[in-house]
Design a protein around this ligand. Structure first.
Ligand SMILES: NC(=O)C1=CN([C@@H]2O[C@H](COP(=O)(O)OP(=O)(O)OC[C@H]3O[C@@H](n4cnc5c(N)ncnc54)[C@H](OP(=O)(O)O)[C@@H]3O)[C@@H](O)[C@H]2O)C=CC1
Ligand SMILES: O=C(O)[C@@H]1CCC=N1
Length: 267
């Protein structure tokens, strides 16, 4: 099976790197293309057997599975430069470009797989939605390669925004909150930024490991740590008083942007 990646920015390069280093895809079977060629060359420097294509058209012509890894508003431009056939499979990796959108304007088989930066560590989730025309062959193929780097989970169109907020945007949201925690540790506790960062990172690795081992659920973790009459309870009270509509507003903001993107992407 030959795979093509169009756009090797954050996600395209992450997918190329993770697919090859996990053994999901042989570098000889991967073709990449990026508008600024240098970015594709950085990947080829790591994996010499990769092919760099000279155009979108070339990627679409020579590969069976084609991942479009550009920003949502650039999908139209890419699709105007290629027309994969009914035997090929086109994959959107962005939530605003749905399988319905792709099926309407192409004659190939389609899927949407929204990855996450966590897939770089062969961890986290990839969110799957299949088009009507996709064969079991391609479904199994996509599931197989994404199983090497993630836990693939099928998702319906209605849930895609919230699911992507948790799985794909989540690492940035949680990092933002942790940065705030680190800054407050400096301000209130007088701790150095480096020390607070080290402690936070190690705590997160430990927390992730507990979750990975299914040792505790999130509510169990809260219960186990919150000693009756202890300091955690006081901290949680302060969090409860301040959290307010924080996450509601976060989800509303991403849902509004998603709607705006869908309204302004004209295929
Ligand atoms: N970042 C993330 O964590 C996630 C992102 N996504 C989705 O992935 C997609 C890409 O995001 P991300 O990688 O972060 O974005 P980047 O901006 O890092 O990458 C986009 C890449 O597309 C290239 N590009 C743009 N137009 C063309 C073109 N016509 N031909 C070839 N290459 C082109 C750009 O090239 P150039 O170097 O010239 O600018 C750039 O390298 C988005 O749709 C996003 O929604 C999904 C899940 C997670
Ligand atoms: O910020 C974004 O639009 C992308 C989508 C998912 C994660 N990052």
């Amino acid at each position: 099976m030959r795979y093509g990646i169009i756009g090797t920015g954050n996600m395209g390069s992450m997918l190329a790197n993770a697919f090859i280093s996990s053994g999901a895809v042989d570098a000889n079977d991967l073709t990449i293309y990026n508008r600024t060629r240098k970015k594709a060359e950085w990947i080829k420097n790591q994996f010499k057997e990769i092919t760099i294509a000279d155009s979108v058209e070339e990627v679409a012509r020579d590969n069976e599975v084609i991942f479009i890894c550009v920003k949502p508003h650039d999908y139209k431009d890419i699709l105007s430069q290629c027309s994969p056939s009914a035997t090929q499979c086109l994959v959107s990796i962005t939530s605003p470009v749905s399988v319905d959108d792709l099926e309407r304007i192409t004659s190939c088989q389609v899927a949407r797989v929204v990855p996450s930066i966590t897939n770089r560590a062969f961890s986290g989730v990839s969110l799957f939605t299949y088009g009507e025309r996709i064969s079991n062959f391609y479904k199994e193929e996509l599931l197989s390669i994404f199983s090497h780097i993630s836990t693939p989970i099928e998702i319906d169109e209605e849930s895609i925004r919230s699911a992507s907020d948790i799985v794909s945007c989540g690492p940035a949201f949680i990092s933002f909150l942790l940065e705030n925690m680190i800054n407050a540790a400096q301000e209130v506790g007088g701790m150095s930024k480096d020390k607070a960062t080290q402690l936070t990172e190690e705590m997160m690795i430990g927390l992730g490991t507990l979750l990975e081992k299914r040792t505790y659920t999130l509510p169990e973790l809260m219960e186990k740590v919150t000693v009756k009459g202890g300091v955690t309870g006081e901290g949680i009270k302060a969090l409860e008083e301040n959290v307010g509509d924080l996450f509601l507003e976060m989800f509303q903001a991403t849902h509004n942007k998603h709607k705006e993107d869908k309204r302004t992407i004209h295929f």
